[in-house]
Design a protein around this ligand. Structure first.
Ligand code: F0G
Length: 352
């Protein structure tokens, strides 16, 4: 039963008697064993896909947002604000609607996928399209939330990271262990931070006897951490991770170092290949940024950075339907046909 992550993982979260246990039944997302894709990638051990697109707003952001909004309510806040490449804004808007407070979201103008924009608007957030990129939008939000009585709900808010640790607990609960490798996309670098924190906590509590190596992948044109310097004008087809100055940079590096993991990049071409591949081989539709985890695993195996006989979990962070434009562009063409049996037989090459 889906009870929501606050109730389920209460003992691992900063929940007090005064924290309202709000929920949209987020979390408890499918951990799907992959056979076809595993074979394609050369995984000889186990490959599991954590499908975060199955969350109520279609991305992992619901885990962090439910915690951040619960704490905002506990503190008496009536308004939340964030900058977003789309998914955080969708989650903020949905939870604000759910609990009856105001959400103000700043998104890069023309820079977020259509479905995400539709979500923020339909949930009733105040949506401001900034003529600039995500990093500039976040600067503005940081300044304004420091000066006005509005709660910042980007992952600079520690409760966001807290909520997102729950995905690591779920993986361990399902597998009965931590994987050897946890592979995920890196944008603002909050999620890799949260997963590592979650795995460490579960280990410390004796729930598992091992910790994974964290393998994070940025998009090549937005690979600030890999290059070791901020990128003023990041570029990638994976708009969710088009971020040039990750807010949780240091913590992501710490997660990499502590876990003996790595942070590397994948090209747009590799991302799009992986995006089509996971859909065609497993019937799982994720958004382009999510496919950076698959592309990253493929790169790591090709380069010999990972042991192919190990247990891998790739995090598929968001639902494919969020980005219909990329899907249509990357998919095979559709076939138009007249509304009669003969025409359909012709197209299919069926001749009785
Ligand atoms: N995958 C998806 C689908 C995302 O939306 C994001 C981030 C990431 C991966 C990267 O996670 O930032 O914690 O390293 N999206 C944020 C947003 C920035 O505004 O929705 P991260």
């Amino acid at each position: 039963m889906r009870t929501g992550v606050l109730a389920k993982y209460r003992e691992f979260l900063p929940i007090t008697d005064k924290t309202p246990l709000i929920t949209m039944n987020e979390g408890d997302t499918p951990l799907i064993r992959s056979h076809n894709l595993a074979r394609e990638l050369g995984v000889q051990g186990e490959l599991w896909l954590k499908y975060e697109g199955a969350n109520p707003t279609g991305s992992f952001k619901d885990r962090g947002m439910v915690m951040a909004v619960a704490k905002a309510l506990e503190d008496g806040s009536r308004a939340i604000m964030c900058a977003s490449t789309g998914n955080t804004s969708a989650a903020a808007a949905a939870f604000a609607a759910r609990v009856g407070i105001t959400a103000i979201v700043l998104v890069p103008s023309g820079g977020i996928a259509l479905g995400k924009l539709a979500q923020a608007l339909i949930y009733g957030a105040k949506v401001l399209a900034i003529e600039g990129n995500f990093d500039q939008a976040l600067e503005i939000v940081r300044d304004l939330t420091a000066r006005y009585p509005v709660t910042l709900v980007n992952s600079l808010n520690p409760y966001r990271i807290e909520g997102q640790t729950t995905a690591a607990y779920e993986i361990c609960d399902t597998l009965g262990r931590a994987p050897h490798y946890c592979v995920l996309p890196v944008g603002n670098a909050g999620n890799i931070t949260a997963y590592w924190e979650g795995f460490k906590r579960y280990f410390a509590a004796g729930r598992v006897r091992n910790k994974p190596r964290m393998f994070g992948f940025e998009a090549e044109g937005a690979a600030a951490i890999v290059r070791g310097e901020p990128i003023d004008n990041p570029q990638t087809v994976a708009s969710a991770i088009k971020i040039g100055k990750p807010a949780s940079w240091e913590r992501a590096v710490a997660a990499r170092n502590e876990s003996e993991g790595l942070i590397d990049f994948v090209t747009d071409e590799e991302i799009l290949d992986a995006y089509r591949l996971v859909a065609r081989t497993e019937g799982i539709f994720c958004e382009p940024a999510s496919a950076a985890s698959i592309a990253g695993l493929r790169k790591a195996l090709t380069k010999g950075w990972a042991d192919p006989t190990a247990v891998f979990v790739c995090i598929l962070t968001g639902h494919g339907l969020k980005d219909p434009d990329n899907a249509i562009q990357q998919a095979p063409n559709l076939t138009n046909v007249a509304a009669n049996i003969g025409a359909v037989e012709d197209v299919l090459g069926w001749k009785a």
